[in-house]
Design a protein around this ligand. Sequence first.
Ligand SMILES: Nc1nc2c(ncn2[C@@H]2O[C@H](COP(=O)(O)OP(=O)(O)OP(=O)(O)O)[C@@H](O)[C@H]2O)c(=O)[nH]1
Ligand SMILES: [Zn+2]
Length: 352
Amino acid sequence: MYNLDNLGWKNDSRYNEDQVARVITVQKNSYRVSDGETEYHAHLSGKFLNEIVSSLDFPSVGDWVEVQKLPEEKKAVIKHVLPRKSQFVRQAAGNRTDAQVVAANIDTVFIVNSLNHDLNVRRIERYMLLTYESGATPFILLTKKDQVSEAEVQKAISSVSEVAIGVPILTISSVTGDGMEELLEQLQPGKTSALLGSSGVGKSTLINALFGEKIQETKDIREDDSKGRHTTTHREMFILPNGAMLIDTPGMREIQLWDGETGIETTFHDIEELEKECKFSDCQHHSEPGCRVQEAIANGDLSEERYNSYLKLQRELAYEKRKQNQKAKIEEKNKWKKISKSQKDFYKYKLR
Ligand SMILES: Nc1nc2c(ncn2[C@@H]2O[C@H](COP(=O)(O)OP(=O)(O)OP(=O)(O)O)[C@@H](O)[C@H]2O)c(=O)[nH]1
Ligand SMILES: [Zn+2]
C-alpha cells in the first residue's frame, strides 16, 4: 500500500508509482524515503553510484526517486533521481568547488527572521535571491511578535517591504499563536515548503507550534548536542496534520549563491530598471551625467545600502560562476576518463 499523493506527487505516466518514493532524510550515505504509507531505509544502487558525474546528482531531502522496494524489510534501493523542480545548493565543507543539493522540489520558501533586534533586511535580500535562484517562491515570516511593540512591528514591516517587493510578509508568534492561522492557510496539502533562516530565529519552535507538540528539538537542547552526541533524531521533512510538507534542514543555512541571473533580476528589479534608463548604455553608475542610479540615490528613491548590497551580491555571483565553470571542466574530464576506462576494461575482457 502506498499513497504518493500525500507527499505531493503529481500523476506522471512515465513512472511506475510502485517504484517512486520521496526522500525525507539524508544522513551521509543512508537515506530515508517514503511512499506516503511506509518509510524505508534506503541506499543507492551500484549502477546509480557508477553513473554519478557531479556531486549534485546525489539525492537530497525532497527529491523524488525511483526505487526498488523490499517491503518486508522496510528497505529500498534508490536507482535514479527524478528531475527537480527546484533545488537549493550549498558548497560542501572543505572543498570549495564541490557543491551539494540540500533540498529539492520546494514550492514555497519561508524566509524566517525575528522581529527583535536580529531583524536584518540585507539578509532577507540575500535569502530572497537564493530562493529565486532555486526556483521556489519566497514568503517572509517575521517571528517573535510577542517580544516587540506594535509600533516596532509596523516599522519592521515597512523596512522589509522596501526590499521584498511583491513578496508577502506575515508576522507571527509561536508563543501566543498570533498569526498562526494565516500561516496555516499558506501550508496547503501536497505542497512543500521550507524554512530558511539563521540560527535562533525560531524555526524549530515554529514547527512544534504548528504540530501542537514537541517534534523538533529547539535551540537549548541542540546546543548541548554539539558538545558530543550527534543529533540523530533531527528530522528534515515533516508532514503536517493537514497534509502540507515542511522542510527544515540544517543545510539550508549554509547555502550560497548559485548559478543564473534570474535571482538578481527578480530581487533587484527596481535597480535593473533604473540602470536601463541611464543616459549612456555602458554607464558604470559612478559619476556619469544622466545616471539614473545615482540620481535615485541622491533623491532618496534608492537607498545606498540596498545598492551596495546589489553590487556585493553581483560580485559574489560572478565569483561563483567562475568557480563553477572550472568545476564543469573537471567533471567533463572525469566523465571521459570513466568512459575510456570502461572501454579499456571491455577490451581487456575481450582479449582474455
Ligand atoms: N518570545 C518568543 N520566543 C521565541 C519564539 N520562537 C522562538 N523563540 C525562542 O527563540 C529561541 C530559538 O528558537 P529555535 O526554535 O530553537 O530557533 P531555530 O531557528 O530553530 O534555531 P536553529 O535550530 O539553531 O536553527 C528559543 O529560546 C525559543 O524559545 C516566539 O515566537 N516568541
Ligand atoms: Zn548609471
